[in-house]
Design a protein around this ligand. Structure first.
Ligand code: RIB
Length: 306
């Protein structure tokens, strides 16, 4: 049994490629635009599915033209959509994204239907969730639903991973301490611990604090510097890869999806992190979010070329 459940968001990404942000009152021409399927939960589910994972998705879509496309997209990658439901009279989640020519991005999210994923939806899926090895969570849905999912996972002996994105202050440490895997980036780690984080050394100190509070495995994604592990298996860093980045949007989600897939196959954390660093590096060389995630075969070629 190595099925993964993702309980989380889906969004329609409205990606504008820009030279710079316009000033207040200024109209500025931008060089390009693309629309795509996104949302942190959906991105992580698709990354895992593209690599061959068996994925169950719990999510909500709206009552609009985006919903059919999102559902079709999940199905295209073989994701189980029995618990992806439409919410009448509500818009789908939407994310206007601005990507600069230096590859960095700014993202707005409008949760829309994602705010309607509730604890009762977890209860409705409980027998299917019990067949999963890992539940993967992010923070683009209601916090109450995230906390309920953590409690559900612990009650049922299912491993649970939280990617605390987008960053939210004041998370319940009683819930965080129950996590098996906690995978923040540096900004999220700083906000959650209240400690300064600006590189591997300070990330190590902040991650140790979370492990002391009870989290079994803390993995900090460090962008081009790779990823850092602190937890039951000790402390180690996986180095980053040097690639020509074009669009970093969704790179963190690529890491989580790839990590979840590989860890659920064999339980080898260091190997799953090494592959996730590479998968995330590959993703920044392409444009868009899910569109930049490779399937298993091109990813294997990329690994062979390193
Ligand atoms: O992590 C990238 C994602 O953040 C985008 O796909 C966007 O939808 C927002 O959720």
């Amino acid at each position: 049994m190595n099925k993964i459940a993702v309980i989380g968001s889906n969004m329609v990404d409205l990606i504008t490629y820009i030279d710079r942000m316009p000033e207040q009152g200024e109209t500025l021409e931008a060089p390009g635009f693309a629309m795509g399927c996104g949302g942190k939960g959906a991105n992580q589910a698709v990354a895992a599915a593209k690599l061959g994972a068996d994925v169950l998705m719990l999510s909500k879509v709206g009552d609009d033209m985006f919903a059919d496309n999102t559902l079709a997209n999940f199905k295209r990658f073989g994701i189980d959509t029995r618990y992806v439901e439409r919410v009448p009279g509500v818009s789908s989640g939407v994310a206007p994204i601005f990507v600069k020519c230096d590859s960095h991005n700014s993202i707005l999210i409008i949760k829309g239907a994602n705010a309607h994923l509730k604890p009762a939806d977890i209860d409705a899926a409980q027998s299917d969730l019990r067949d999963c090895k890992l539940i993967v969570l992010q923070l683009e849905i209601d916090l109450d639903t995230v906390y309920y999912a953590i409690d559900f996972a612990k009650r049922n002996g299912i491993q649970v991973l939280l990617n605390p994105a987008p960053a939210v202050a004041g998370l319940s440490h009683a819930h965080l301490s129950q996590l098996d895997f906690f995978i923040p980036n540096e900004t999220e780690l700083a906000l959650i611990t209240g400690l300064p984080v600006d590189g591997p050394q300070s990330a190590l100190i902040a991650a140790r604090q979370l492990v002391e509070e009870g989290i079994r495995h803390v993995i900090v994604t460090l962008g081009a510097n790779g990823a850092l592990y602190v937890g039951e298996e000790g402390e180690f860093q996986v180095d980053g890869l040097n690639v020509a980045a074009r669009d970093t949007t969704g790179a963190g989600d690529a890491f989580i999806g790839c990590f979840a897939h590989h860890w659920s196959q064999d339980g080898d954390i260091r190997r799953a992190m090494t592959l996730a660093v590479a998968y995330s590096a590959f993703s920044v060389t392409g444009l868009g979010t899910q569109t930049s995630y490779p399937d298993a075969a091109p990813f294997a070629q990329f690994l062979a070329s390193l």
